[in-house]
Design a protein around this ligand. Sequence first.
Ligand code: ADP
Ligand code: MG
Length: 226
Amino acid sequence: MIHLLGVDFRYPKSDFHLAFEEISVELGSAAALIGPSGCGKSTLLNLIAGILTPSSGTITVNETDLQPLSDSQRRLFRLQNIGFVFQDFALIEYLNVLDNILHPWRINSALPLSTENRERARTLADQLGLSQKLHRHPSHLSQGEQQRAAICRALAPKPSVIVADEPTGNLDPSNKQAIVDILLDYIRSERATLVLATHDHELLPAFDQIIDFAKLLPTPSTSLAS
Ligand code: ADP
Ligand code: MG
């Protein structure tokens, strides 16, 4: 379960202000995050992942309250619990596909890189149609292949929460649906939770919940202030 309560967030030296009363996403469910460009979808995903922290409010992810954690505790929590599918894929160009997928284990001493994990990385790549591309570098992959490699990397350590930032943005319709199906299959089989920002309204029926930025209620303090 993901629960955000009375969250207030501003970037330093920016007019942007994100403040809302409450967002909840049930354990094991899929939520789509919609709203116009610039409304704060990526910001919200970064708050859930503990990459950004709010100035007030509470963010609870699977019973862990992120606020009291130090930066290093939050980073560890993120590595162990969150699979982040970045909008621009964020693949590492000097690593091939297999090494990109194995990267979360290499940078996290709490996630040992075992034979079983290597096997899992290959199985995932196979399921996502990348078994022939394991030794290619990202710049030698199509957009769809890069996106699937980024998804393999996010799913490999079996995170309990998947956060995906417009993962279908640059893809053709059949690839879009395939990407969403992969993420939904994962959360259904692992009882994980998905929060996915998107502009693709045709994808929305597959989700359990739609979080529309236009309908978020402001926090009581912001509504008093304005
Ligand atoms: P969305 O993902 O819905 O397009 P974002 O969360 O990326 O929206 O951005 C929300 C607002 O915050 C935008 O006005 C954007 O320009 C601003 N913003 C995003 N990142 C930063 C940053 N690091 N510093 C200052 N302002 C930012
Ligand atoms: Mg965004």
